[in-house]
Design a protein around this ligand. Structure first.
Ligand code: VG1
Ligand code: CO
Length: 542
């Protein structure tokens, strides 16, 4: 029986960098989830007769939310929902399913790298028919609908069996429960030389993949261990847990400390990697060497042609604006177009759909290609392994060659987490107001050549997005960017992105923090971070 339940608008249902993220208890409050889901349906012209994909990263509230969404899809007349078994799907696997099945869209339940649990974070993201995160035009519409919502439709029926693969019925709607890994794995087999990677692993090459108790565990076990033959136990923390074992499933040297310790030990494996809550990010570590995500993107761009799926070369590359310009150097040398977009994968969708770029990446450990419309953690790991298998070199060897050829963009991000929102806004406003006066002046001995509040005009649909970060460029190409996070759920997080280029052969192996010291000092002085926030050092350095 379909019920139309009266409701009233709930303030703040505005999707951020990647979907709507809130404290789990906010999502658990009466009507919160239902209001947002109905707002999605309303914003996309309803779901009557449509096919949707549904799955999540397995965090607390995942299964309950999935049942609510199914009942709401059925009540609004959806024809079919394809759901990962137990309501699990990594973000890239969901993107692939939407595309492979020609679905009209999909919903991903995740707050990605944010911690999970009743007292942590939850999130809901809508992806469009191209498999990618809804563009700003749709997220703005969802928000507008949420502000005038008066009722939602839901089926009054017992929960659907999401455990048994196959077709089930929920009212008139078909629910198809699928293995979350199988179709994704088949896609990976079309892109990479699995035999070459098998041969590499058979020679005793050791790898360690840390799934951080999040969604990539089952994917990595099936692909890395069972199919490619990595030693059993190569994938650690492989069981997805509702609270990710109490950790942040954020693949960076701070939150993936365990992997860093393993990779810097005397008997370290040859290759280490980690992924995040929903499986769309990757951290790459060589033996005793952390690879910054911006460098990883550049290496993948320079070597992608070594994998069968990219043997014909790339159509172009794209990075988010705060990501280092290391990939730009590869693009210049290979004659590829290179785009700089605002932060967040939704801005890459048009470039990928229009065949202007086939490889994209962000400094936050997200890389991906036109095989889906999301970033893809395991995909990046497999591309690295394919490159290592063909080049017969260590990770350190590949990096040394790369920097010798292209120079090195020293890069780091400093995060100040959970700061007072008013103070954070004031810091940004103060610096923004001073931008016009900065060019030509000096900060800590560095001469400022340009200062802008980054705005992006999409080259495909000409849509304009403003206020995407304050960018200050110095003579010689050093750069700093400041922006506020759009994925947090508590206070504000200030992200300070720092970059400096070096190509002197004897200066390619410096400590990144030391190499960046002048830029770090300039950032402190220009933004008066300590004065505004009371913090003298960042909480997380990546
Ligand atoms: C962060 C990252 C951004 C990424 C986003 C979603 O956003 O900086 O690069 O696209 O998370 O990734 P923000 O607004 O907090 O800086 V995920 O893996 O959380 O879906
Ligand atoms: Co993620």
């Amino acid at each position: 029986m379909t019920h139309a339940r009266p409701t009233t608008p709930i303030a703040g249902q505005k999707p951020g960098t990647s979907g709507l993220r809130k404290k789990t208890r906010v999502f658990m409050a009466p009507n919160y989830l239902e209001n947002f889901v109905q707002s999605i349906w309303n914003a996309i012209g309803g779901v009557q007769g449509k096919t949707l994909v549904l799955g999540g990263d397995g965090r607390f509230y995942n299964n309950h939310a999935a049942q609510v969404i199914l009942k709401m899809a059925a009540a609004s007349g959806a024809a079919r929902v394809i759901v990962g078994q137990n309501a699990l799907l990594s973000t890239p696997a969901a993107s692939h399913l939407i595309r492979a099945r020609g679905a009209d869209g999909g919903i991903i339940l995740s707050a990605s790298h944010n911690p999970g649990g009743a007292d942590a974070d939850f999130g809901v993201k809508y992806n469009a028919a191209n498999g990618g995160p809804a563009p700003e035009s749709i997220t703005a519409k969802i928000h507008a609908e949420s502000e005038r919502l008066q009722e939602y439709l839901i089926l009054d029926t017992p929960d659907c069996d999401l455990f048994t693969p196959g077709q089930h019925r929920l009212g008139e709607m078909l629910v198809e429960v699928v293995d979350p890994v199988a179709e994704y794995q088949a896609l990976m087999e079309t892109l990479f030389d699995f035999n070459a990677i098998r041969d590499l692993l058979a020679t005793g090459f050791q790898l360690r993949f840390d799934a951080m108790h999040a969604i990539t565990g089952p994917y990595a076990q099936a692909i890395l261990e069972q199919s490619l033959g990595a030693a059993p136990g190569s994938v650690v923390n492989a069981t997805p847990l509702p609270d990710f074992g109490g950790h942040h499933p954020d693949p960076n040297p701070v939150w993936a400390r365990e992997l860093m310790d393993t990779m810097f030990a005397a008997d370290a494996p040859d290759f280490g990697a980690a992924s995040d809550g929903d499986g769309d990010r990757n951290m790459i570590v060589g033996r005793g060497l952390y690879i910054s995500p911006s460098d990883s993107l550049a290496v993948l761009a320079a070597n992608a042609h070594l994998a069968p799926g990219y043997a014909n070369g790339l159509k172009g590359v794209a990075r988010s604006m705060p990501t280092s310009a290391a990939v730009d150097r590869v693009a210049t040398s290979r004659g590829l177009d290179c785009y700089a977009t605002p932060t967040g994968w939704k801005f890459f969708g048009n470039l990928l759909d229009a065949d202007r770029a086939s490889l994209c990446g962000e400094e936050s450990a997200g890389t991906g290609s036109d095989h889906v419309r999301e970033k893809d953690g395991l995909w990046a790991v497999l591309l690295w392994l394919n490159i290592l298998a063909v080049r017969h070199q260590s990770v350190a060897g590949i990096m040394a060659d790369h920097w010798a050829e292209f120079g090195r963009n020293y890069y780091s991000r400093h995060d100040y987490e959970g700061i007072d929102s008013t103070a954070a806004t004031k810091l940004m406003d103060d610096l923004r107001n001073r931008l016009p006066d900065l060019p030509g002046t000096e900060a800590n001995g560095l001469r400022i050549s340009a200062a802008e509040d980054f705005a992006y005009t999409d080259p495909v649909d000409a849509s304009v997005t403003t206020g995407q970060g304050l960018q200050i460029t110095f003579d010689g190409g050093a750069r700093l960017v400041l922006r506020l996070s759009g994925t947090g759920t508590e206070g504000a997080t200030l992200r300070v992105y720092l970059e400096r280029f070096e190509d002197a052969p004897d200066r390619l192996a410096l400590d990144p923090q030391a190499a960046l010291a002048p830029v770090i000092a300039a950032a402190q002085g220009l933004a008066r971070i300590a004065d505004h926030t009371g913090r003298t050092r960042p909480d997380v350095i990546t």
